[in-house]
Design a protein around this ligand. Structure first.
Ligand SMILES: Nc1ncnc2c1ncn2[C@@H]1O[C@H](COP(=O)(O)OP(=O)(O)OP(=O)(O)O)[C@@H](O)[C@H]1O
Ligand SMILES: [Mg+2]
Length: 339
């Protein structure tokens, strides 16, 4: 079995880390000058490199030697877990200069746990370094935050994700099209782990990463259906609307997800009517001509805005609906009457 790609391509060196460049620079400098802080806090969105950076920093501090203790606070969040760490922190490491504690997902630590930490972080034993990571810094007590050197990692740009995915494809000898890689990168919304996991899903279907395989593997709907449906709504073609929903229903599609995707699709087209720029859209670039055809009438922007708004309402009402198919039919027919 192929190993998990996100783990396989977890950077081992600062130079491999994508984005986060100013943070990487500062940390490299600290390593160079061996001027470390007693406590670090890495916060930011999921899958953008917090744990990765923490591990690289730890390995640089100890020259690749041991001395790193990791605690996954998501499952070990109690005061006893913290007491064990505090106790261990007081004992000098035997096989490395520093004893380093990586407390991952630290927002999960209980308040009793934080209290047990506080003194130790205020006056840390020499040669002890704490690195906290979290996606939810608002749940970390201010008293702790104030005592850490805090770094805010950011989402990774689509173009940087594109480059990384292409690198992985080349290493793994997957074939790919730019269109598919762009699509995966855009829908991953700045999360590198998400992007790599999506790529992995696609290659488990086929190592030919083109847009058709990508849409099929990710369970995304073919864009042709969305174009047909939206054009039918604009034209008031009620029969076609009912037929398309019927087809989706009989194919066993998740209708709620379908409407969510249709909403995103219409929002994308609305954006296109404003900016005439595919860069901002999730819809793959090869569909630009279809988009142009679909908005080739007076006041297109206004119409798409209305559809998008109504779909947003529908999306919310569906959460509590039991007969999805009927609710969707009624809602779309209503929109298509344009009175
Ligand atoms: N900045 C990055 N550069 C290169 N790869 C990255 C980067 N960020 C994440 N990755 C990829 O995503 C995987 C997960 O990254 P990491 O564990 O560092 O995320 P995280 O920020 O700790 O996320 P979480 O909040 O979910 O724990 C890594 O194994 C790596 O493959
Ligand atoms: Mg992490």
């Amino acid at each position: 079995m192929r190993s998990n790609l996100a783990n396989k391509y977890r950077p081992q060196e600062f130079s491999e880390v994508v984005g986060q460049s100013s943070i990487v620079k500062i940390l490299e400098q600290q390593v160079e000058q061996q001027a470390y802080k007693h406590a670090y806090l890495f916060c930011g969105p999921t899958g953008c490199g917090k744990t990765t950076l923490a591990r690289i920093l730890a390995s640089k501090i100890n020259n690749g030697l041991n001395g790193l203790e990791e605690l996954d606070a998501a499952s070990n969040n109690g005061v006893d877990n913290v007491r064990n760490i505090v106790k261990s922190a007081k004992e000098r490491s035997v096989d490395s200069t520093y004893k380093i504690f990586l407390i991952d997902e630290c927002h999960a630590i209980s308040s009793a746990g934080w209290n047990a930490f506080l003194k130790c972080i205020e006056e840390p034993p020499t040669y002890t370094i704490f690195i906290f990571c979290t996606t939810e810094v608002n749940k970390v007590p201010a008293t702790i935050i104030n005592r850490c050197q805090r770094y805010n990692l950011s989402k990774i740009s689509t173009s940087a994700i594109v480059d990384r995915l292409k690198y992985i494809c080349n290493q793994e000898q997957f074939t790919y099209t730019d269109e598919a890689i762009n699509y995966i990168s855009k829908v991953s919304d700045g999360g590198m782990r998400d992007a790599i996991s999506r790529l992995e899903k696609v290659v488990s279907l086929s190592t030919n990463v083109n847009i058709d395989n990508t849409l099929a593997a990710l369970g995304s709907y073919s864009y042709d259906i969305f174009f047909d449906l939206v054009n039918a709504i604009i034209d008031g073609n009620e029969q076609e609307i009912i037929e398309i929903i019927g087809t989706m229903y009989y194919y066993g599609s998740d209708l709620q997800l379908f409407i969510n995707e249709l909403f995103k699709f219409c929002l994308d087209i609305t954006k296109y009517t404003i900016f005439q720029n595919m860069e901002l859209l999730e819809i793959p670039i090869t569909y630009e001509d279809n988009i142009k055809n679909s908005i080739n009438f007076d006041d297109a922007s206004k119409y798409y805005m209305i559809i998008t708004n109504k779909l947003l309402e529908l999306k919310n009402t569906l959460k509590t609906e039991t007969n999805l198919r009927a609710s969707i039919e009624i809602a779309l027919l209503n929109i298509s009457r344009w009175e």
